[in-house]
Design a protein around this ligand. Structure first.
Ligand code: LLP
Length: 434
């Protein structure tokens, strides 16, 4: 987070609040959200894309307080399940500013979206076109839709989070002709209002050329639709996926650089195809919330393990066990993601030692930070902060080993506010009705 400082005695403070006080008040592990940081990232995207709609991708992290923050900052919201939709609506998000995604939306979910009057539904299959068409006919409504196009771009990211290569579940294939067929079907049937095309190529992407290729390809489909049906689609959504820095090795592009490159491609391609420039939208999730949060853990045990590579006394690794783990951050185990860690309650002058921050779960893959140098005197009771945990950590948290999920505390101007409370054992037991 942007508003983190080291106090006179070496402890970290965020937005003027000492992490030791936060730990004492809210317990650990705890996700700490620097609210002004999140808000400033919303504003940066809006400033970079002034004439586009910026949809915050709620899957990264969603709760009512965050819905209100992004809405106050002028963002739209992308939801992809009934649960996310319910959260958005209960926070008072204006339905017209919600986009509804997903490759398998149920009849119940689509019905709810129609009844709520969501601004647009992103269609992902022929089955779904028929399903929504039937529901719209029954209700006599004309929902606005986009067609999600699989543009065939191999985004350079982890295989599980790349979404635009051909052999995966999302969208209508461009190369196979399904995308054009979907657009023609919607236009010909005339029940749904086709507003435009959508492309999302993956997540945690650093190389802007993937977006450029994708924009070119969807715009050429747009021209094909115009030529075949005489319809110029007014909107274009280029998806999310903008990468963030998890460690010092990562060097993501700033939103305004990305915007400049995308604008140039879109303008150039539209000129070449003689198309009016469509109204753009983008869907950043991680880049809005990821860097704004750190997880604060307490160290429980420290164990030194020899690595056996012949390096003498220094040839070992310390396993620093914290009071959370893969239940509050699955990304390291699932995607081999890299994070960093720092001792947060004090500064140490001890030598750095190679450490691995691990959790309390019953499997060896329960790693939070694979490799980090921590001071050799790190000990039980120390607090460890892991930055960059705002996206896809709390939202993908589990109750593995019946560990209650941690709370989220928003901090701003020297004040802390609990926005998601800690789960309790009573919460866990409440579901167990056998
Ligand atoms: N739009 C669509 C249609 C998406 O599917 C996604 C993410 C986004 C926008 C937002 O992408 P972002 O800007 O946050 O990268 N759990 C994985 C990431 C999964 C992303 C799924 N879709 C992870 O932890 O890396």
């Amino acid at each position: 987070p942007r508003h983190v400082t080291r106090g006179a005695d070496g402890a970290l403070a965020v937005a003027g609040l000492d992490v030791r006080d936060l730990a004492a008040e809210y317990g650990t592990p705890v996700y700490v959200l620097d609210e002004d940081d999140l808000r400033s990232r919303c504003r940066e995207f809006r400033a970079a894309f002034p004439d586009a709609d910026v949809y915050y991708a709620g899957k990264a992290f969603l709760c009512r307080a965050v819905v209100r923050m992004i809405a106050e900052e002028g963002l739209f919201l992308d939801v992809c399940t009934g649960g996310e939709l319910a959260t958005a609506l209960s926070a008072g998000m204006e339905p017209a500013r919600i986009g509804f995604h997903g490759n398998n939306k149920s009849v119940t979910e689509l019905t709810r979206a129609l009844d709520a009057g969501v601004g647009r539904i992103i269609l992902d299959s022929f089955t779904e076109i028929d399903r929504l068409t039937a529901l719209a006919r029954e209700r006599g409504v004309r929902p606005k839709v986009l067609v999600r196009v699989t543009v065939g771009v191999e985004a350079h990211t982890h295989e599980f989070i790349a979404t635009a290569h051909e052999d995966q579940k999302f969208g209508f294939s461009l190369a196979g002709g399904a995308a054009a067929a979907a657009a023609f079907k919607i236009i010909d049937e005339g029940v749904l209002e086709l507003r435009g095309l959508h492309s999302h190529i993956g997540s945690q992407i650093f190389d802007a050329s993937g977006f450029e290729v994708s924009a070119r390809r969807v715009l050429s489909l747009q021209a094909q639709i115009r030529d075949a049906r005489g319809v110029e689609l007014p909107e274009l959504d280029l998806g999310g996926g903008f990468g963030i820095a998890y460690t010092t090795q990562d060097d993501p592009a700033a939103p305004h650089e990305l915007a400049k490159r995308l604008r140039k491609i879109v303008d150039g391609e539209c000129a070449a195809e003689n198309l009016a420039v469509p109204h753009l939208s983008i869907e950043p999730g991680r880049a809005i919330v990821g860097p704004a949060v750190f997880t604060l853990y307490e160290v429980g045990t420290v164990k030194s393990v020899p690595l056996g590579t012949g390096g003498g006394a220094a040839d070992g690794r310390a396993y620093v066990s914290v009071d959370g783990g893969m239940s509050d951050n699955i990304r390291t185990a699932l995607y081999d993601a890299s994070y960093s860690a720092t001792v947060a309650n004090r500064v140490s002058t001890a030598e750095p030692m190679l450490a691995r921050v691990v959790g309390k779960h019953c499997e060896s893959g329960d790693v939070v930070v694979k490799d980090e140098f921590l001071p050799a005197d790190v000990q039980p009771g120390d607090l460890v902060a892991v930055p960059g945990t705002g996206a896809y950590c709390r939202s993908m948290a589990s109750n593995y080993n019946h560990v209650p999920r941690p709370p989220v505390v928003a901090v701003r101007d020297g004040r802390a506010r609990l926005i998601v409370r800690r789960e309790t054992e009573a919460d866990l037991l409440a579901l167990d009705v056998g």
